[in-house]
Design a protein around this ligand. Structure first.
Ligand code: ATP
Length: 346
């Protein structure tokens, strides 16, 4: 482990004409962590990754890798490697040749090269696939070859730009677990770009949530999910009810925007009492969507607002839950689960 951060941005901006793709960003990524950059399309994630790799340069500001200012270094002089979404494998080469390509360029001798390639194949669970061509592999296997090819050079930092984007959901979820376990076993800093919040929550030690070229919040998955610090984060990561204005005043006593997660709200009978540590809101169930594992309810409150509630179907069946449609209910949730929000429109 190094005392210096693996990556450090000091007031980095990247402008394309009038577009501020990255806007005065300060950021520190620790050595050995699985760090995700999460945000909607166009929020500046890929531009950040490209500047770390050296494919792009900041308009203003400096980037440091392990304490060294690399702002002026070309990509091949930086201790980083990138895995792209489209894998970028050489189709005419075998899996083994693809993985060993970088070593061959560095003139590593063939016996040593074969040993290192075999180690990598084992790491990504593709032993026995060395002689196949990329076209003879599944999407997930190709992705693992791309990963092995990037890791064989022992970069200090591995950059991954939406690497699972082309895979179907099941394979994607399986690869998420594999990527995380590979990262743990090699101990290299992984910087992972994604717009998929579930993916970021599953794998990361820390997540930076990007919006309009800036970072709205950095924290562990639990911090980001349980304590979103802005309206944007509360809305982008998971599902949140955002309550403001008169409705907020009626429920919590002040006109301050807050968020409450749907799974924290409990549906009770309309005449049920409210404990001192709870907030309550009365409404009518407008919609019930039975989803097997859980049910999603849309509850209309008196003054036109509504709240989404999610409850697990621990004891209920689809028959039970649909009976609630049209019923008056009282919604209750613990005060401690309310998050007061900042941000532009709070
Ligand atoms: P996605 O998830 O779609 O890849 P992103 O968060 O990675 O999005 P970036 O690719 O970093 O976003 O783009 C940030 C902004 O900068 C966008 O508005 C984009 O149109 C703009 N941009 C990026 N590269 C260029 C370029 N070479 N020339 C002009 N504008 C660019």
């Amino acid at each position: 482990m190094s005392d210096n951060p693996a990556v450090q941005f000091k007031l980095v901006s990247r402008h394309f004409g009038t577009v501020k793709a990255v806007d005065a960003l300060d950021l520190e990524i620790r050595d050995g962590e699985f760090f995700s950059m999460l945000g909607p399309s166009g929020s500046g994630k890929t531009t950040c990754l490209r500047m770390i790799a050296g494919f792009d340069r900041p308009t203003i500001g400096q980037i440091y890798l392990y304490g060294q200012d690399v702002s002026q270094l070309p990509p091949y002089e930086r201790p980083v490697n990138t895995v792209f979404q489209d894998y970028a494998l050489f189709p005419h080469m075998t899996v083994g040749e693809n993985i060993g390509y970088g070593l061959m360029i560095k003139k590593v001798r063939s016996v040593e090269r074969k040993k290192l390639v075999d180690e990598m194949l084992e790491l990504v669970r593709l032993s026995g696939f060395a002689d196949r061509k990329p076209a003879q592999l599944s999407g997930g296997q190709r992705q693992r070859v791309a990963l092995a090819r990037a890791l064989v050079n022992h970069p200090k930092v591995l950059l991954l730009d939406e690497p699972l984007g082309a895979l179907d959901l099941k394979l994607r979820q399986q690869m998420q677990v594999e990527l995380k376990s590979i990262q743990k076993s090699v101990g290299i800093t992984f910087i992972f770009v994604t717009h998929d919040q579930e993916e970021a929550l599953t794998m990361s030690d820390r997540i930076a949530v990007f919006n309009l070229g800036k970072i709205e919040q950095i924290g562990s998955p639990a911090e980001i999910y349980e304590h979103p610090s802005t309206t944007f984060v509360a809305g982008f990561v998971g599902v949140s009810n955002l309550v403001k204005g008169a409705m907020a005043r009626r429920i919590i006593g002040i006109e301050q925007m807050f968020s409450i997660r749907p799974e924290k709200i409990h549906i009770a009978a309309p005449d049920i009492g409210q404990a001192a540590d709870e907030f309550a809101a009365d409404g009518k169930v407008r919609d019930v969507i039975y989803l097997g594992l859980y049910t999603r309810y849309l509850v209309e409150l008196g003054d036109g607002g509504d709240l989404v509630v999610v409850e697990q179907n621990l004891k209920t069946t689809s028959m039970d839950v649909t009976k609630l449609r049209g019923q008056n209910v009282r919604l209750l949730w613990k005060k401690e689960h309310v998050r007061m929000l900042g941000g532009a429109d709070a």
